[in-house]
Design a protein around this ligand. Sequence first.
Ligand code: BES
Ligand code: MN
Ligand code: ZN
Length: 497
Amino acid sequence: MEFHASNTPLLDWSGDALIIGLSEDALPLSGTLAELNSRVSGLLQDLIDDVEFTGKDGATAITRVGSGARFRKLGLVGLGASSAMTADTLRRAAATAARLAKKEKSASLGLSMPLVQNDPALTTQVLAEGVSLALHQDNRFKSEDKNGKKNGKAPVEHIHLLDLAGQESSLQTAQAICDGVILARELVSAPANVVTPEALAQTAQDIATAHGLELEILEQADCEALGMGAYLGVAKASDLPAKFIHLTYKPAGTPARKLAIIGKGLTFDSGGLNIKGAGSGIEMMKIDMGGAAAMLGAAKAIAQLKPNTEVHFISAAAENMISGRAMRPGDILTASNGKTIEVNNTDAEGRLTLADALVFAEKLGVDAIVDLATLTGACIIALGDDIAGLFSENEELAGAIAAAAEAAGEKFWRLPMEEKYFDGLKSIVADMKNTGPRPGGSITAALFLKQFVTSTPWVHLDVAGPVWTEKESGYNNPGGTGFGVRTLVHWVLRQEA
Ligand code: BES
Ligand code: MN
Ligand code: ZN
């Protein structure tokens, strides 16, 4: 797939499919589009009339153009009311156009869209993101495709973004971001017998080697020396060794800021001895490293975009299993900040691994910490599959993440860190229990994490819902979504200013 920020005007483009984004208020046709209509003998207006195309967000129409035209197919994608158009409207419209071109077996696509925020750079970036993400297909585990039977070249090979000459650097930005999102998608979609803690560490190694980042992998003995009893308690039952990943991006000059991004990296969550039963979705628990996947995806993008910010990428990767070595319900663990935890439920394991990761991150002396975790089913009950929970007691950082998410087109909703609910975590024998009552389960999880951060501004993102999707929607395809990568990248890039 190749993108061109083309200086060819709409009327002069030649290729397979010309697809035009039309907002509701671009009708009736006028200006360039009226001119295009007359050049194709009124076919554009006929298409609009035939399907009663009104420019509604997500609507599509496509038709063959008679011989003699510069292109074979002419398509439309609705953008809704132009007053409501955001960057994400264009990302989704570009995805819709790309899917349409693919379905029509068009090797080249000319895409003509209005500018969003009057910004050609932003427009170019989001269009390229929408197309790349929609056309990404993951056939790694399909025997037919792997053997090259069905798997020819990408059907849409050349994408020309029309009237966007000179925006090549935005294409590169989009490429870096999509590299990261696609890495995260593939890590989440791969099963737990492929993506092990060691495989996550190897992925970090690959990023470090390719882009010149520093990498430190702490083995079990190193984690023991640091007193990471909470993390190691979770990792204990598995035959797969735990890997504590610490990947560091350092800018060439003096960094403006130092940040830490932590991802929950449970490559499989069986629940432990509080094993997940039938109907619990245990067969989906390969996704429990979705936070680590987003963290690694962000690392891959940031390493290429080279902001003037130092970023520490951290995951306490492990597998939550059962065996004779498993931590038992009721065991008491000591985390690396000295706090003791009564494990009243071994299935609340993510917060145990994050506890030691948060302590580690804070010791680095960073200006802010963001963690992403597929932490609670309760967050999915509260916000559904498409919206992640955002928890923070720092207004400025919460606002910065919310702004980055808005620009990225990812949805978060802030939930309260109601201190009183910490009562639900009180333990008779230890400093706290790891699990509270069912009501407010994602809030008590956030309050548990808070015990492991002292003063550094910190945001916790519960991404249990949006890291995976069953359906094609917008630029997402069924499988891992790469959720979180774009928000993280936008957030880090904005620190430069
Ligand atoms: N990894 C799960 C949370 C989860 C559930 C992620 C569904 C994605 C989809 C987490 O480790 C877990 O098991 N949480 C428990 C906590 C409970 C024992 C307090 C839950 O949400 O039920
Ligand atoms: Mn669990
Ligand atoms: Zn889990």
